[in-house]
Ligand binder design. Structure first.
Ligand code: F0G
Length: 460
């Protein structure tokens, strides 16, 4: 199925016009703008949201220019990205900083990079068969240094923390953001503070956060309570907020889309499918596509598909009513990463879905587990929330919205080892036919032989 080519917005609607002068340092390259009231802020302002109306901030860049100040053509921008792939020293070879001109132009010596990104675009017959989509590609963000896509936003957010001289950084998290913050804050030498819902984050994520040395607060409440608390603490105590409401985080996360487009030779796929919780990634994907389209890097808009867990789906409910109202829910799902009832990037995500003729659907816990067993069993592996994207593709093929031969990129957002507790429990369940139960044996070759015979028996 093909999608209508949308008309790109004029460059001046999305990028800073040339010749703006008299702005503070870095502002000739980028400014922060309130998406609600259009208030402009210096790029070095640490406000977590618009000081005038409380709206979410977004970053507006100057379009990429050559040394003489002329706007680069789409071909020249693509060439620049290609050259960065083999950059020496390696800074620009990062899958985020390769796109510096569209992320944080002029970041230069402040950059805090692992490096990150450069994640694979996989094709696996077993997963394609499962979804019914032969053109399915898997963008595996679990290959990032801390095992999730959050590293892409965090390298940029932490770089900004260095640029503004932040004395501490903080976030609320369902686990992955906290692991990424802890790692990048350690590298930057800035104290990190994370707020996570007590007893509700996966073991791997908690372990990482502790290991990298962030102060970890187990809040007696859910993610939504953690987010409210960290926002208040950041305002009152002057800690720099690194949740995805931070517009620089969004800039970093845009590079998932830039990188996958580059991997596809800038031939846009028909659909890009991702799991959605706090909606930062949905917002980032929409902004990336809008900018890529305006710059002429792509000529077709893919349709974005955001997949929420059925027990945490206020955005999907609003989508069904054409976003007439905003909802909050008491969230519950096995996919703890997206156990969020009051998503912060709501307005940005509505724009992303509208501009891409996008779709928002739900996957229930059983569908998520089923998709995860298929992804894991193909040797790819992912954490539960990530599997929502593959469950979503399967659903949309069944509904006749995605065609068998459409090009579809499903994003796996986190690594299989993020949630070992859930896995060990799942594979010992009596009621799970695909469970791979561990077998206790006597230390004898005879016992091993018996297992082998049983394996061959079940395979024949
Ligand atoms: N997948 C994973 C593995 C995540 O960790 C998250 C979000 C999402 C998907 C959803 O992305 O919030 O931008 O819609 N995790 C956040 C965290 C909330 O704190 O780690 P989103």
């Amino acid at each position: 199925m093909t999608t209508p080519a949308s008309h790109p917005l004029p460059l001046d609607a999305l990028f800073l016009p040339a010749g703006v002068t008299g702005l503070p340092m870095h502002a000739e390259q980028s400014v922060q703008r309130c998406a609600a009231c259009a208030q402009l802020l210096s790029p070095l302002d640490a406000a977590p949201d618009c000081p005038r109306c409380g709206g979410l901030l977004e970053i507006i860049h100057a379009p990429p220019r050559d040394a003489g100040g002329a706007t680069l053509s789409a071909t020249a921008i693509k060439q620049q990205f290609e050259q960065h792939c083999c950059a020496r020293p390696l800074g620009h070879a990062s899958g985020v900083w390769r796109f510096e001109s569209l992320v944080m132009p002029g970041a230069g010596p402040s950059i805090v990079s692992h490096p990150e990104g450069n994640t694979p675009l996989l094709s696996r017959a077993a997963i394609s068969r499962y979804t019914g989509c032969e053109g399915l590609l898997i963008k595996h963000e679990g290959h990032n240094p801390t095992g999730s896509f959050k590293d892409r936003g965090m390298t940029v957010g932490t770089t900004q923390a260095v640029r503004i001289g932040a004395r501490a950084v903080a976030c609320a998290s369902t686990g992955n953001t906290s692991a990424a913050l802890a790692s990048y804050a350690a590298q930057a030498g800035i104290p990190g503070l994370v707020f996570v819902p007590a007893g509700k984050i996966a073991l791997g994520k908690l372990a990482q956060t502790l290991a990298y040395g962030a102060r970890t607060l187990l809040v007696k409440g859910d993610f939504d309570a953690c987010l409210k608390l960290v926002q208040q603490a950041s305002r009152e105590l002057g800690i720099y907020l690194l949740n995805s409401i931070n517009p620089w985080r969004v800039e970093g996360q845009k590079t998932i889309v830039f990188e996958l487009l580059q991997q596809l030779g800038w031939n846009a796929p028909d659909f890009i499918v991702l799991p959605a919780g706090n909606l930062g990634n949905t917002a980032a994907f929409g902004k990336a596509l809008r900018e890529a389209n305006a710059l002429g890097l792509i000529t077709k808009m893919p349709r974005l598909v955001s997949v929420q867990a059925a027990g945490a789906a206020p955005f999907a409910r609003a989508f069904r009513e054409d976003f007439a109202a905003r909802y909050t829910v008491q969230a519950e799902t096995i996919a703890t990463a997206i156990r969020i009832g009051d998503p912060a990037s709501w307005d940005r995500a509505v724009r992303a879905i509208r501009e891409t003729n996008g779709i928002v659907i739900t996957a229930d816990d059983q569908a998520i587990i089923d998709a995860k067993l298929t992804i894991d069993g193909a040797g790819v592996g992912c954490e539960p929330a990530s599997a929502a994207s593959v469950a979503g593709v399967r659903q949309l093929v069944r509904d006749g919205i995605i065609g068998t031969h459409d090009t579809v990129v499903a994003v796996l957002t986190g690594h299989v080892l993020k949630d070992p507790g859930m896995l060990v429990e799942l594979h010992q369940r009596d009621d799970e036919v695909r469970a791979n139960r561990p077998i206790e044996i006597e230390p004898s070759v005879r016992a091993v032989d018996a297992v082998l015979r049983e394996m061959h028996g079940s395979m024949s």
